[in-house]
Design a protein around this ligand. Sequence first.
Ligand code: AMP
Length: 254
Amino acid sequence: MKVVRTMGELETAPGTGLVPTMGALHEGHRALFRAARAESERVVASLFVNPAQFDEQADLEAYPRDEEHDLQLARAEGVDVVFAPPPEEMYPAGFATWVDPQETGAEGTARPGHFRGVATVCLKLFNLVRPERAYFGQKDGQQVAVLRRLVRDLNVPVEIRVVPTVRDPDGLALSSRNGRLSAEERQRALGLPRALASAAREPNPVAAARASLNGLDPDYVEVLDLGDAKLLAAAIRVGSTRLIDNVLLEGEIQ
Ligand code: AMP
């Protein structure tokens, strides 16, 4: 496995699958690597904590980093190339061009500038790696909607693939931020997947989720439309940690 830190060292090749990540890899990322490995001749993963997509400085500073562990996991899953640039490689002095998706609602409203950062870094990665397919998790369902629209609107020749959310056995969606939860906070956080799962079966899922999230004070509870599927999504704050999750309401994510 090759570890590359500069854009100039990146090579392109047909049949490449790209898995963009912010590191602190877990079983959710592993599922993305496996999906990519299963249908790609070459798998490129990026490890980049993208400062541009953080709307809170404290969240960026507290974001977990463990490159040694990440490289081990990527190597074990047969990743061919890891691209792990420092921030100044992606955003050098004079950087001034942004992709600004017109995305309102849910994360788009709760985290101003977040999708601008996501869209900009993903378009850079698509241009640098030229993958045939890029893999993203359903866990960040709105991100998938934003990126699908980006490739359509800007005619980017990449297929967006979506991998189902990987959860702990008790239902909590795996997230790099889960490590910040105390045992008591983690217990409270379980209210999120439970509320979403039970509300998805109700006639008014948003109201039902709000009612059962009672006490967890959600940033939002919304239905996200991905075109081929509708998701019931919510964000909560547990202590200083913000968690998001969603479940399928109807359709199927292709
Ligand atoms: P992150 O490193 O958190 O930015 O995530 C990188 C990619 O992994 C994104 O496409 C996420 O949607 C995906 N991902 C994160 N957590 C999970 C999970 N629990 N299951 C599936 N995919 C995930």
